[in-house]
Design a protein around this ligand. Structure first.
Ligand code: AMP
Length: 249
């Protein structure tokens, strides 16, 4: 079984996001970038399945600018066997990413595609679902547990009501939740070894995919600043403030 894992390069989740003065987006210059967190869970799960002898190869793929190679390299350092970088500049919307991934899937013929449930930069939660639709494959989204069966997967999903367990036939798309596993850190020897693993570079236009954005972004602005809180001396004072100032009771 071959597993393809999609990894996106995003602003690190610890970075305090700043909006550009002209409102055209957020500041990315000299900002720490990392792998989208649930994509780390996706890679970890694929590597664990391979270590358990149930997969033969794990291939990491990223779509983005040249620097997204670092994200692929990190996936190689935690156990992926080889990488693919599909170069494309500017904002690549989920529809374009899923069309690119569709082409990669047609070429690589994996049995499973693992992805993150959502990218923390655009918060779209669309790419996996669109890819499943384009390929006409079953999908299991928000996976918090995956059991590999003979020609299917048993997937436990995080849903509003709690946990739902479904069975999907392979080939399938799985989008991974943060609770799925604890991603490992890349050890120094493995980082060194990863430098020798192959990364194939292609462009979105090689695959015949037009990445022109379909959505026009009008303006990006900071959310309104929250006023500082206050401390009250007693329950009576709290009730009085909630009644007369906040007018919520
Ligand atoms: P989104 O639909 O943007 O919230 O992204 C969901 C998932 O799709 C991410 O967690 C990634 O696994 C994958 N994905 C989205 N954009 C890219 C990209 N540019 N390169 C690789 N994978 C991506």
């Amino acid at each position: 079984m071959k597993i393809l894992v999609a990894v996106k390069r995003v602003i690190d989740y610890n970075v305090q996001i700043r909006v550009k003065e002209d409102g055209s987006g957020v500041v990315t210059d000299n900002v720490k970038m990392s792998t989208n967190p649930p994509d780390d869970n996706a890679i970890e799960e694929a590597v664990k399945i391979k270590e358990a002898g149930k997969a033969s190869e794990v291939v990491a793929v990223s779509v983005g600018e040249e620097k997204a190679q670092e994200t692929v390299r990190k996936a190689l350092a935690v156990g992926a066997d080889r990488g693919i970088l599909v170069k494309a500049d500017g904002v690549i919307e989920p529809l374009a990413v899923s069309k690119i991934l569709q082409k990669v899937v047609e070429k690589e013929k994996p049995d499973l595609v693992f992805m993150g449930k959502q990218a923390i930069d655009d918060d779209c939660n669309q790419t996996g679902q669109m890819l499943a639709a384009l390929l006409n494959w079953p999908q299991a989204t928000f996976a918090s547990k995956i059991e590999v069966k003979d020609k299917s997967l048993e997937v436990t999903r995080e849903i509003d009501e709690g946990l739902e367990t479904i069975e999907v036939n392979v080939p399938a798309i799985v989008t991974c939740d943060l609770r799925l596993n604890e991603p490992r850190y890349a050890s120094l020897p493995n980082i060194m070894k990863a430098k020798k693993k192959p990364i194939e570079q292609i462009t979105a236009s090689d695959l015949g995919v037009d990445t022109k954005p379909r959505v026009e972004q009008i303006k990006v602005e900071e959310p309104p600043k929250r006023k500082a809180g206050i401390k009250v001396a007693s329950v009576e004072e709290l009730v009085q403030k909630l009644k007369n100032e906040a007018k919520v009771i």
